[in-house]
Design a protein around this ligand. Sequence first.
Ligand SMILES: NC(=O)c1ccc[n+]([C@@H]2O[C@H](COP(=O)([O-])OP(=O)(O)OC[C@H]3O[C@@H](n4cnc5c(N)ncnc54)[C@H](OP(=O)(O)O)[C@@H]3O)[C@@H](O)[C@H]2O)c1
Length: 296
Amino acid sequence: MARTLNIIGSGRVGRACARMWAQAGVFGIQDVLTRSRASAAEAVNFIGAGHAVGRLEEMRGADVWMIATRDDAIVPSCVTLAASGKVTPDDIVFHVSGATSSSDLRPVKEKGALIASVHPVKTFTDAGQAVESFPGTFCGAEGDAEALKVLRPAFERIGAKVFEIAPEMKPVYHAGGVFACNYLVALIEAALRAHEKAGIPRAASLAALEPLVRETVDAIFERGPARALTGPISRGDTATVARQLASVRAWDREMGELYRSLGLLAVALAEADRRFDARRAADLRAALVIPHGTRE
Ligand SMILES: NC(=O)c1ccc[n+]([C@@H]2O[C@H](COP(=O)([O-])OP(=O)(O)OC[C@H]3O[C@@H](n4cnc5c(N)ncnc54)[C@H](OP(=O)(O)O)[C@@H]3O)[C@@H](O)[C@H]2O)c1
């Protein structure tokens, strides 16, 4: 018989995973708790299995507990779960956050539970879409070996590619995803603002940037970041870089800082790819240094 699963927090990630597990017969979906009984009922409807509850006291015992609340609510939810007496030794309790480690679940470990974290490297904007596109998703896992013995195959059965991650590196590991996903969005916003400053309306700018961004992203995954790099830094155009930094800073100091720090990373990438020699790299770095006394 399939192990029973209780869910605390069933938004985009919780309900998408639960639906896939229900359909694959991996877990018997049991009780689902969110902040309101109404949203728990919605989650159960989406999952196609389980029982919506409005309070932790209403939850039955289960073999596995998934905490898929927003990150800030993981520890308080775990503290309440530990105090409830619902968790029995050898139950598995796990969360799905990339930003924090399974050690956040210490309160239930003290009650004898096995703890873990399995983080899907995926953006869940909509649970329905996530179910469709989940197969092939990489998941960073860490925690008690006995818990992972159950969770790894559970995630693999719904198409995940599970890899291990050191718990103490979770915040830095998660920053990798933030850079690639969230900050890519922020970077496009920086480009739009620069175009807007130059008199190009946002809609026209988005249309102009789309092929540029798509071709760049394709090149990164076809040839690797170093080979995909084009533009003044990759050519070693020191004077252009210095002029551009000055113009961007004159327009907006924070944008200038962004230009500068990303520029230094681009220099390192181009240098490692032997686009120019160490002397040209030093010149470029010097062009990216803000003159002393002009910082705010
Ligand atoms: N979204 C992503 O792209 C993504 C990717 C990988 C991992 N994650 C991780 O997945 C976890 C959940 O993220 P999400 O995007 O699915 O969040 P979400 O869509 O905002 O859903 C959060 C769920 O937690 C419930 N909740 C919040 N506080 C609670 C509490 N104190 N007790 C019980 N339930 C509570 C909410 O209830 P209501 O429905 O009543 O508001 C909601 O059902 C986070 O740890 C996040 O880091 C997210």
